[in-house]
Structure formats: C-alpha cells, structure tokens
Write a protein that binds this ligand. Structure first.
Ligand code: GRF
Length: 192
C-alpha cells in the first residue's frame, strides 16, 4: 500500500448493515490528525441500519442501495465512488457479499473486520460457535477482502480469553470493545 507521508487523507467509504458501532469508532478515529483516512461516504444495503444515523450526526454523505440486482448496484456504487473520489473501503458489519469483479476494481483497498480469530469461524454466529466448541480464546481480525468470504490476508488480529461462564452475549461485548481498538490500528498499519 502506498505511503501517505505528507499527503492528504485518503477518502474512504464505510459499508454497513447494522448498528454501526465500528462506523462511529472509525469516524472518530478519522478526525484525529494522525489518521491516514477520512470518512466521506457511508453505504448501506438497508435503510434499517441503525448506524445510518451517524451520517446525519457527522454530516457524511450516505447512500442506500438495494442489493437485489447486484451487478447494477455495484456499477452504481463504483460510479458514486469515482465521483466522490473514494480510494479505500472499510466494511463494518456489512452483510452483503461483493462480487469478484467489484473487489478486483478495488484490489487491496477493501478491508473488513470479523469477530473471530480467522481462519477459525468464517461467516456468522462466531461467538456462539466459540462457546459451543469450548474454545479457550476468541477475538477479532481485520483482513483484506477477497472474493472468498472472510479469507483474505490478515492485517491485525486480537486474541482474548473466554472466561468461565461466558455466554455469546458477554463474549460479543468483549470482542466488540477490542474491535474498536483493532480497526484503527490496522488502518494505521496499512498506511504508515
Ligand atoms: C462486528 O462484530 C463486526 O466484526 C461484524 O459485524 C459486527 C458489526 O457491529 N462484521 P457494528 O455494526 O459495527 O456495531
């Protein structure tokens, strides 16, 4: 990834589908002087995503796309990103799978946060799986996005201990707290 020294912040889009706590955290991070990125666009596949409120709160452009016709939608997103001069994408709880073609166009410039110690537990219900399997550790991973779900190269990973009597709700809370530290750290690692 190109070095940023002495250059403007990289215009970034965040894709969300839900609560948007990672989005909010990334927006706050983007505002500090040392952040390599600025958040200039929020994209969602649903107008029900609670995190969309941060677009209004922080005065960031938001766009909602219906992903039923994925080819058309991705074309629209690509042209929007070109118009807005977006060069980096952070997926943060985005529940749609982007096509190979789309990912190729942003090769090495799309990253995602996943609530497990990848390659363990790709996909959904990661905390439930970790508890059911009586794992000793859980965690989160920031990785590059490739055409294969949750399989791109790891940028950073954080491991945490699963305590006695842990349930998937308490674990999710603990992991999410770590996600909020890990995502900015991974972005710094990429660009600095
Ligand atoms: C996070 O656990 C993230 O790792 C996963 O989806 C969740 C999104 O949470 N991909 P939020 O919407 O950022 O609060």
């Amino acid at each position: 990834m190109e070095k940023l020294t002495g250059r403007k912040k990289i215009k970034t889009a965040v894709f969300i589908s839900g609560t948007g706590s990672n989005l909010k955290n990334l927006i706050n991070f983007s505002k500090i002087k040392k952040s390599p990125i600025s958040i200039d666009l929020i994209i969602s596949n649903t107008n029900k995503a609670k995190g969309l409120k941060y677009a209004n709160q922080f005065n960031i452009t938001k766009k909602i796309f219906n992903f039923q016709k994925i080819k058309i939608v991705e074309k629209q997103i690509l042209s929007l990103m070109k118009k807005e001069n977006i060069h980096f994408i952070c997926l943060a709880g985005f529940m749609k799978i982007l096509s190979k073609n789309f990912i190729k166009k942003f090769d090495g410039k799309i990253i995602n946060i996943h609530p497990s110690l990848l390659p363990k537990y790709k996909g959904l219900y990661t905390h439930k799986k970790a508890i059911e399997n009586k794992d000793k550790f859980a965690g989160c991973t920031v990785h590059y996005v490739t055409a294969k779900l949750d399989s791109g190269k790891t940028i950073l990973q954080k491991k945490i201990k699963i305590t006695l009597n842990e349930n998937s709700i308490s674990l999710a809370k603990k992991v999410l707290e770590q996600e909020h530290k890990l995502y900015p750290a991974a972005i710094k690692k990429i660009f600095n």
